[in-house]
Design a protein around this ligand. Structure first.
Ligand SMILES: *[C@@H]1O[C@H](CO)[C@@H](O)[C@H](O)[C@H]1NC(C)=O
Ligand SMILES: *[C@@H]1O[C@H](CO)[C@@H](O)[C@H](O)[C@H]1NC(C)=O
Ligand SMILES: *[C@@H]1O[C@H](CO)[C@@H](O)[C@H](O)[C@H]1NC(C)=O
Length: 461
């Protein structure tokens, strides 16, 4: 596809400077992953372990079955009073009964919210749901970040890159940008704006109501945009260019305005980020505040849109709704050496007796996207946001600090205070919740596929 090659050209260029640590293997629809590193991550790089879990793209992986089956939809309300059910992607092995969210970057609990933080020299924070929605309703209540180049996002993203978005650029606090993609294909007319009151100072509830026939974006219960499937027919390819496959909920804060990014991305994001801005001075990072998320599954009785089994897989490279199987394949790896085709690889229980044989080969293969420089928890975004050479080593450090989250690195604001901007809300607090500020992990991840699409859109203008 034209779009993919554009993206991956851009990424390849952008990541050359970063990819010194390990030779990272890129993947795309036209260049699948090799058997030795079979899984193509959300960001277009090959590996095992976390590369095979959430976001693994079956259409660019070694085989459709290289990706680990995706946990089916679960209707649930999520609040953010602790990090207990937010598991770093360096630790998560696919058991959605133990984690609601898989994180990269540095989420911080504050006043019953989760702050997605973005400190200097990082690419922000991403939370992705551990379960997938196959249609349904999702609402998120949050305040966006602010400032040039700072992007807040709330999206649904499927493994084959169907996508439904809300995005917010920190220079325009009165606009929610909405968008959608079918299999990641850029279509310039798809973006539309919803106007609302100050998104930094006010909580709003952003909602996506997604059915097989219609998508509605609602803000605070009011309809802001509607898309009907019947208006998405592509007569050239004979396809509905309509999001139709199981998707994770993703919440993120990412640096569209990194100086090293493509000009189109920086312009879209409102200019370069000021790493000495007010929020950095008072807290050590930019942040967006997520208060709650609720997911209501579509609960169809027959496909599409069911969640009666354990997991979703694909049975055909078309990647359309009719190729999704709602079945009972297991979803949990034994270790980060595992893949969809060898889920028991590196089983700690058996490798002890196997006297080290398990450890020999696999260390050369990437296991968590984003830890080797060129793949921030967002390989694509590493490309488009291009975290810069200084960020790559930080990511490697993150690997080890994340391994013991409790002992992870405190950052700038060691005074332990969190100041909630000069907001009209009056809730400027140095609250007790601030005690969590120490639990930061310096990591570079978090930006989203949406950013790449924007980049490509801009490049093509
Ligand atoms: C939406 O708002 C953004 C930010 O203010 C602006 O750059 C963009 O042109 C708008 N898009 C549309 C489709 O109106
Ligand atoms: C599901 O896929 C089939 C076959 O491509 C198509 O006819 C149908 O319209 C699709 N449904 C949705 C909701 O996209
Ligand atoms: C139809 O699909 C092709 C190939 O993905 C794409 O380039 C084109 O823009 C699409 N046309 C419309 C009207 O969406």
């Amino acid at each position: 596809m034209v779009r993919s090659s554009l993206i991956f050209t851009a990424l390849a260029t952008a990541s050359t400077a970063l990819a010194q640590t390990t030779a990272e293997i890129k993947c795309s629809l036209s260049s699948h992953c090799p058997e030795s590193a079979p899984c193509c991550s959300q960001y277009g790089a090959c590996g095992t372990g976390a590369y095979c879990l959430g976001g693994c793209d079956p259409l660019s992986s070694h085989k459709l079955s290289s990706c680990v089956p995706a946990p089916v939809c679960r209707s649930q309300n999520y609040d953010f009073t602790s990090l207990d059910r937010i598991i770093p992607n360096t630790k998560y092995l696919g058991d959605a009964s133990k984690a609601d969210w898989v994180s990269s970057g540095a989420p911080v609990i504050y006043n019953k919210n989760v702050l997605l933080t973005m400190a200097p020299d990082t690419v922000g924070t991403l939370l992705a749901s551990s379960t997938y929605m196959w249609y349904g309703n999702v609402k998120a209540t949050f305040k966006t970040s602010r400032g040039a180049g700072v992007v807040t996002a709330f999206i649904l993203l499927s493994d084959v890159k169907d996508e439904i978005d809300y995005e917010f650029v920190g220079v325009d606090l009165k606009t929610a940008q909405t968008n959608y993609y079918f299999q990641g294909i850029t279509n310039y007319g798809n973006s539309q704006n919803i106007t609302l009151s100050d998104t930094f100072n006010n909580y709003h509830t952003y909602e996506i109501n997604w059915t097989p026939d219609k998508i509605t974006w609602l803000v605070d219960g009011q309809e802001g945009r509607t898309l009907e499937k019947k208006d998405t027919w592509n007569a050239t390819t004979n396809q509905w260019m309509y999001p139709q496959t199981p998707a994770r909920v993703q919440l993120s804060l990412w640096p569209g305005g990194l100086a090293s990014n493509a000009k189109g991305t920086v312009d879209w994001a409102g200019g370069q980020i000021d790493w000495n801005g007010a929020d950095i001075k008072s807290n050590g990072y930019y942040y967006s505040m997520f208060q709650s998320v609720s997911v209501k599954c579509y609960d169809a009785k027959t496909a599409p849109g069911t969640n009666s089994g354990t997991s979703y897989t694909y049975n055909n490279a078309a990647g359309t709704n009719d190729t999704v199987v709602d079945g009972d394949s297991p979803t949990v790896l034994k270790s980060l050496l595992g893949t969809g085709e060898n889920m028991d690889a590196g089983d700690p229980a058996s490798s002890k007796s196997a006297s080290g044989s398990a450890a020999a080969t696999p260390t050369a293969v990437a296991q968590v996207p984003g830890l080797t420089g060129s793949g921030t928890g967002s390989d694509d975004h590493a490309g488009d946001t291009q975290p810069g050479t200084s960020a790559a080593p930080a990511a490697n450090n993150a690997a080890s600090s994340t391994a013991d989250a409790a002992a992870s690195t405190p950052t700038a604001q060691s005074n332990g205070q969190f100041n909630q901007g000069g907001g009209a809300s009056g809730s400027s607090t140095t609250a007790s919740g601030a005690d969590k500020l120490g639990s930061q992990e310096k990591a570079l991840k978090g930006s989203l596929f949406a950013g790449v699409v924007v980049l490509v859109a801009m490049m093509a203008l």
